[in-house]
Ligand binder design. Sequence first.
Ligand code: AMP
Length: 167
Amino acid sequence: MNTLLASYPDFPLPGILFRDLNPVFADAVAFRAIIDELAEKHRGQFDAVAGIEARGFLLAAGIGYAAQCAVLAVRKGGKLPGTVLTEEYDLEYGSARLELEVGQLPAGSRVLIVDDVLATGGTVAATARLVERAGYVTVGVGVVLELADLDGRSRVGAVPVHTIVAV
Ligand code: AMP
């Protein structure tokens, strides 16, 4: 997978080394292996998988199908209708807002959170807060690539984090 991973210095801002996983997702064997590993790691432990917009959606859809479980879309601010929960947080570059619709799952549902990259951990931590506020339980976090020097794991707390590759 390392050979498929593309890196772009100074994108989208100076000083950021952007990791592009689209070539990984575009490789059928790699994509399937990622979905299988993330689904298998927490097999039998989750009722739903929550994908974070936008690349997390690709993972959540595949895992939801493979594990035959529910799929939640955690969206960027202002895109969801009805009653939504909102969390503001800091990014490696800038700040952001994530939202989740309420009432999609029974209370106490076990949720696996997935995204492409774990950087500072703010995105996953905000998603975990949304999951808890919606009445569910975060049982794990699955990401494809962890930027280890940013120590995003420490922001996620006690929830187990599984990463396929750490750089
Ligand atoms: P963070 O909240 O800092 O852990 O950032 C994680 C989110 O931002 C993920 O949804 C990533 O897609 C994106 N992201 C942050 N830093 C990078 C990076 N260096 N390369 C690619 N995506 C990144």
